[in-house]
Design a binder for this molecule. Structure first.
Ligand code: GUN
Length: 293
């Protein structure tokens, strides 16, 4: 039986409508939520993500401060730009698109962002608050995955959740969120050092894949009737495509024959990430984020 498609596009649009309403109430108070979007260099995938984020901000009635910097930008120049944005009262969120060029220390850049403007939830203070169940921003992609599970009434409490990928953006925060009492999952985190990934994925009631490897997960690696969430977005060369490439996830679409639920790529997790970024910017503008002292 074919799996139910988890439609992140529709749920993302629903969230964006709610954000739009919040923006209207903020505007009545004279606050226009604004995100500074910093892109260093011209990585084609990053350019496309940044364009999508800025379009979504405009559609939600928010402002964006578009900072496209040349590849040659130095670390000091970038730190100085962030320092100015930290001080700017009209900027509520700061996003530095990852990855930055190799000559810039990404960790140093992330650490320099004022935590109250860290809408990505990448700063160690934000990450610490999240791990310790304290109030603060939630990272956009992991939050999107949790909301998709909730929307489709997937039982998470007591479920065996297997995550592939230990990135700071997806795998690590998602594992931490899912072990919160409110989600109550049993989490296994697989990575490049895992001996037999299929041994683990075959036990998964919910499999979340953020491996960065095109169509890495095949049907024979998943349990019949499981939920498969694909966080991957890969560009693979395809001479028959107009652009010369096609976009695919980290999961082979053939799993839809065996899974009970799965997220498509595109149209699954991706639109959720953008919607929750907008939500975080609106929250930052409303100063709803109150870090407990
Ligand atoms: N690169 C890939 N995903 C993200 C993200 O969510 N935020 C930022 N800043 N960069 C990214």
């Amino acid at each position: 039986m074919a799996a139910i498609i988890m439609d992140g596009k529709t749920l993302g649009l629903k969230i964006r409508e709610r954000v739009k309403e919040k923006v209207l109430t903020l505007k009545e108070k004279g606050i226009i939520p604004c995100l500074a979007v910093v892109l260093v260099g011209e990585n084609p995938a990053s350019v496309s993500y940044v364009n999508s984020k800025e379009k979504a901000l405009a559609e939600a009635g928010m402002e964006s401060r578009d900072l496209r910097l040349p590849e040659s930008t130095t670390e000091d120049q970038l730190l100085s730009i962030i320092s100015d944005l930290n001080k700017d009262k009209n900027v509520h969120g700061i996003l530095v698109q990852s990855p930055v060029p190799n000559h810039i220390d990404e960790e140093k850049i992330i650490f320099s962002i004022a935590p109250e403007k860290d809408v990505d939830c990448f700063h160690p203070l934000s990450v610490g608050n999240m791990v310790l169940d304290r109030e603060g921003f939630l990272p956009c992609t992991p939050h999107g995955v949790l909301l998709l599970l909730r929307e489709y009434n997937i039982p998470v409490s007591g479920a065996n959740v297997v995550i592939i990928g230990r990135s700071n953006i997806v795998g690590k925060p998602l594992a931490n969120l899912l072990i919160r009492r409110e989600y109550n999952a049993t989490v296994t985190l697989c990575h490049t050092g895992t001996k037999d990934i299929a041994h683990h994925t075959l036990q998964a009631d919910i499999l979340i894949v953020a491996a960065g490897k095109p169509e890495f997960v095949k049907s024979n690696m998943i349990k019949e009737g499981s939920v498969v969430i694909d966080v991957g977005i890969n560009r693979v060369p395809d001479s028959s495509a107009k652009k010369g490439y096609r976009v695919c996830g980290d999961v082979d679409p053939e799993v839809s024959e065996k899974a009970a639920f799965f997220t498509p790529v595109p149209g699954g997790v991706g639109p959720m990430t953008i919607a929750l970024l907008l939500q975080n910017v609106a929250e930052a503008a409303a100063a709803i984020m109150t870090v407990k002292k």
